[in-house]
Write a protein that binds this ligand. Structure first.
Ligand code: NDP
Ligand code: GDR
Length: 378
């Protein structure tokens, strides 16, 4: 009989952590995750996987911990003795990293070192394989397109710079100590579980709320940025595949197609039959309603539904990302199943449903949040 594998996931309460935990449980793994202590539980994305510790045959276990705490990480790794570690934990918001640069460096950069060093000090280098959540933000300033594993890095945010350290310390530990440690250089990937302040989810939530007349306007920053957007479900599969190989390597994971933020907006509103056109330029650009083709979602023609708020601009921006995942396709036999259209359809269906639930609660007098503006920090 095949031995059951044990995985440890940092960032298990995040988007990718939740999809990866689900995938590994399906594959028969024992799954351990590190969860930060917060004043609220914050386990919504994995609540459906949770098992009461008093049950028999527990396969899903959460441990309190933090990537800034080396002793805590070392103890958990010693207790769990993982076959595979997926280091997904991070302060993952590029714009917020300009507000919290030192914290981001500590968690996203040194946090990776703490994991690698714990595995080394505990004598687990031959047993434990490590996946490091690297990012297309490493490319930053455009040097060449599409970006591949050999494209030079030029990060453009404290987040990108912290992840650059994490990338290289992973390579260094692989070369210095012969550890099985891989970087997945993942391009943007989204889902209904995406955090609400990333642009994709901010747009699908706002398009749903605007169609249901729960919100009037969506405020955005740079509409010209181009991103290579995939689905998180496809991307966690690639993470797993990387650790099933004989040799540890670094791989780009991407769809190879890039889309402007502006076009993402158009596609999202189209899901509710609302056709938009953009007028003006720079900070004065707006999107107005041209036509409403769905009987349930009727807005006045000419209503402004998108405006620019320069507060969402970044001090330094990454203009264009588009990845070449040929290496991953050739060596891991991986390719994305979702198109951007299918991703947006799924996200819109999810957000419409949750907005309708919100409206139902409001009409029953059970909802205090009836604000018609977008949320404060989106
Ligand atoms: P999320 O922001 O959804 O999740 C991040 C996770 O990290 C959360 O579980 C969060 O916990 C946890 N975390 C944050 N700070 C700490 C800390 N100090 N100690 C321990 N855990 C912490 O990110 P994603 O799931 O989207 O991304 C997963 C990883 O992949 C991240 O490292 C991200 O930088 C990277 N990445 C993501 C891409 C994407 O497009 N999604 C693309 C390329 C790389 P809590 O829930 O408590 O906040
Ligand atoms: P990104 O994702 O910075 O690429 O990092 P995000 O969705 O935040 O931004 C994508 C692009 O949209 C532009 N934009 C806005 N972004 C946000 N968040 N809010 C806005 O209102 C807005 N308006 C325009 C941004 O300027 C940017 O160009 C994500 C994260 O998941 C990282 O952790 C990961 O490493 C990279 O993807 C790959």
């Amino acid at each position: 009989m095949k031995k059951q594998k044990t995985a440890l996931i940092t960032g298990i309460t995040g988007q990718d952590g939740a999809y990866l935990a689900e995938l590994l449980l399906e594959k028969g793994y024992q799954v351990h995750g590190i969860k930060r202590r917060a004043s609220l539980l914050n386990t919504q994305r994995v609540d459906h996987l949770y098992q009461d510790p008093h049950e028999d045959e527990i396969r899903f276990t959460l441990h309190y911990g933090d990537l800034s705490d080396a002793m805590n990480l070392t103890r958990i790794i010693q207790d769990v003795q993982p076959d595979e570690i997926y280091n997904l934990g991070a302060m993952s918001h590029v714009k917020v990293s300009f507000d919290t640069p030192e914290y981001t460096a500590n968690v996203d950069g040194l946090g990776t070192l703490r994991i690698l060093e714990a595995v080394r000090l505990l004598g687990l280098t031959e047993k434990t394989k490590i996946y490091q959540a690297s990012t297309s933000e490493l490319y930053g300033m455009v040097q060449e397109t599409p970006q591949t594993e050999t494209t030079p890095f030029y990060p453009r945010s404290p987040y990108g710079v912290a992840k650059l350290y994490a990338y290289w310390i992973t390579v260094n530990y692989r070369e210095a100590y012969n550890m099985f440690a891989c970087n997945g250089i993942l391009f943007n990937h989204e889902s209904p579980l995406r955090g609400e302040t990333f642009v994709s989810r901010k747009i699908t939530r706002a398009a749903s709320r605007i169609a249901l007349k729960q919100q009037d306007v969506l405020y955005l920053g740079n509409l010209d940025a181009q991103r290579d957007w995939g689905h998180a479900k496809d991307y966690v599969e690639a993470m797993w595949l990387m650790l099933q190989q004989e040799e540890a390597r670094d791989y780009v994971i991407a769809t190879g197609i890039t889309t402007r933020v502006r076009d993402f907006v158009v596609m999202a509103f189209k899901e509710v039959g609302i056709e938009l056109s953009f007028k003006g330029s720079g900070e004065d650009e707006v999107a107005i309603v041209n036509a409403c083709n769905h009987a349930d979602y009727q807005l006045p023609i000419g209503q402004i539904v998108v405006k620019i708020d320069p507060n969402y601009y970044r001090p330094t921006e990454v203009d264009l990302l588009v990845g070449n995942a040929d290496k991953c396709k050739a060596l891991l036999n991986w390719k994305p199943k979702y198109t951007l259209q299918a991703l947006i359809t799924e996200m819109m269906a999810h957000d419409l449903q949750s907005c309708k639930k919100e409206a139902y609660l409001t009409s029953g007098g059970f909802n205090n949040n009836t604000s018609k503006t977008s949320f404060k920090h989106e």
